[in-house]
Ligand binder design. Sequence first.
Ligand code: CTP
Length: 247
Amino acid sequence: MPPEKGPLACGAEAIGRMASLERILEAARAALSPQDLKGHHLVITAGPTREPLDAVRFISNRSSGKMGYALATVALRRGAQVSLITGPTSLPPPPGAHTVSVETTTQMHQAVLQHTRQASALLMAAAVADFSPYPEEKKIEKTGKLALKLKPTVDILADISKKRKGIFLVGFAAEAGPMVGRAEEKLRAKGLHMVVFNDVLEPGAGFDSETNKVVILDRWGGKVELPLLSKEEVAYEVLDRYKALKT
Ligand code: CTP
């Protein structure tokens, strides 16, 4: 492990710090892992997007980014090149990923368009805001009731499906109930190859949880129902399925 950059005992800010234990562990995991995704360039989105309401406020959701970051970490460990396009989260960027931080859905859309030119796959784990307000430049004053007018945001997956032929598209459908049918509908409507369904109302499968319980569906009729797993284990399953279907 090479030394890292940061504040040193002599007072200088330079390369010379011992790598963190987490980085050393991750390098060991990668060294021990089959490099079966070598040659794959995966673009992974994670976290929520934020839609500004005025100078200080925004509309967003509870996504923690954990599923997208787990996918990025496991893909890197298995030898993939990873571009991680992330909304605001409290997670550290996975070492080795090309991480692009965005806030709004429009910014995420632009970043995804830019990074999918040469990509093998796009995995949209981000919880993209579906609606955006008409933002006020100043801070909205409190004058009683407030009705917000919202417009739909661009559907990033549907747009990429039209513009980037040949790229493998994976969507994530978090539904509030056991509605696998809705996920299947999204698979078709957005022209996806795979969709990862989870029911956010199930214990251990909600937003910001450490675990997830998913069903992986694909356009060839495949359906894999998985038990409650850590998000890292789910990431392995999703990437195994991608690899099996892509090659
Ligand atoms: N998605 C996207 N762009 C959007 C909204 C969603 O690319 N503007 C992606 C998500 O990242 C996810 C998939 O589409 O991978 C499904 O997202 P979801 O919110 O479940 O579907 P919607 O089409 O927004 O439908 P609804 O909110 O009505 O369930």
